[in-house]
Structure formats: structure tokens, C-alpha cells
Design a protein around this ligand. Structure first.
Ligand code: FES
Length: 56
């Protein structure tokens, strides 16, 4: 599923980034551009990041 359409980033890619140590939206934005354009993906992306952190 695409989370960020502006940058073509999927939920799987966000999970992977989280596994590799990405902890914040700021970091995610820097690495993949998520949330940097229209911002519509930000809340979903944040949720996925949070999910990944509670799974640890
Ligand atoms: Fe992610 Fe637009 S959908 S910045």
C-alpha cells in the first residue's frame, strides 16, 4: 500500500526504515521524502512508525 503518493513510498518501506533505525517523522522525511510535499501521508506514516516501535 502506498502511504506517500508524492514520493511513491509504501508502508513496507516505512517499516523497513523503522527496522533500520528510523525513529521519527523528521528522519523519515530526510531519508525518503515522506511528508515533505503535500503532507497528507504524515499521520499514516507516523502511525506506522509508532506501530513498529511498540512491536520491539
Ligand atoms: Fe506524502 Fe504528499 S503523500 S508528501
Amino acid at each position: 500500500m502506498y502511504v506517500c503518493l508524492c514520493h511513491g513510498v509504501t508502508d513496507r518501506q516505512i517499516r523497513q526504515a523503522a527496522e533500520e533505525g528510523c525513529r521519527s517523522m523528521r528522519q523519515l522525511g530526510k531519508e525518503m521524502g515522506v511528508g515533505r510535499q503535500c503532507g497528507r501521508c504524515a499521520s499514516t506514516a507516523r502511525e506506522i512508525l509508532r506501530e513498529c516501535q511498540t512491536e520491539e
